[in-house]
Write a protein that binds this ligand. Structure first.
Ligand code: 3PG
Length: 208
């Protein structure tokens, strides 16, 4: 599967923090039923690896990736668990090299021209622009697109139902990452019906 193409089609990548692997399946179900069979499961918690495994096993058609990856050891664990792409919050040379060597799709986090130059060393053409809103949002994407015309972006950080359409209208934006439909509080409360509702709302919004 062409991961970039799939992410571009789906337009949104939910960024998830799971404290307990028992929440992985109901979360994946809510996202899938809401029309968004994709998730970046962040390695910010101990439950990340087991959650990726649970989603990959129970929802083989879902595009599950690992986020906030900070080491090759984590990247290996994520891939072994069934992740199909890697995301890093900033540029990490060893994780990037590992991904490129193993032909694993990776979206390194960048917010400056210097970081984009590092991506060029590896012929990577899609970056996670993070944290997007805090680093100037669309204005910065437009400015970066001048000297880096072949680069495309997955802005993440501060994106929500109120501003996502504006981001997606820019052809340099492949998709947006965000946590607004998978908020920690909703997961903690086990409110998967609300996650499904917010997901559906987001899908309708970006396809409307
Ligand atoms: C991330 O790690 O990508 C962010 O936590 C997502 O940002 P958001 O919570 O502002 O959507």
């Amino acid at each position: 599967m062409d991961v970039n193409k799939k992410i571009e089609e789906l337009k949104i990548v939910p960024v998830v923090v799971l404290q307990d692997k028992k929440d992985a399946r109901p979360l994946a179900e809510a996202l899938t039923e809401g029309g968004l069979p994709v998730a970046e499961v962040t390695f910010r918690t101990e439950a990340a690896e087991a959650s990726i495994r649970a989603i990959a096993e129970s929802f083989p058609d879902m595009l599950v990736g690992a986020g906030t990856v900070t080491s090759t050891e984590q990247a290996e664990r994520a891939m072994e668990a069934g992740a199909r792409f890697l995301v890093t919050a900033g540029f990490n040379r060893s994780v990037t090299e590992y991904a490129v060597q193993h032909e694993i799709p990776i979206f390194p986090g960048v917010c400056t021209p210097s970081e984009l130059m590092l991506l060029l060393e590896y012929n990577l053409t899609v970056a996670k622009f993070f944290p997007a809103e805090q680093y100037g949002g669309l204005k910065t994407i437009k400015a970066l697109s001048g000297p880096f015309p072949n680069m495309r972006f997955m802005p993440t950080g501060g994106i929500n139902a109120g501003n996502i359409r504006e981001y997606l209208a820019n052809p340099k934006v492949i998709a947006c990452g965000g946590s607004w439909m998978v908020k920690d509080t909703l997961i903690k409360e086990g409110n998967f019906s609300e996650i499904r509702r917010l997901t559906e709302e987001a899908v309708n919004l970006v396809n409307g």
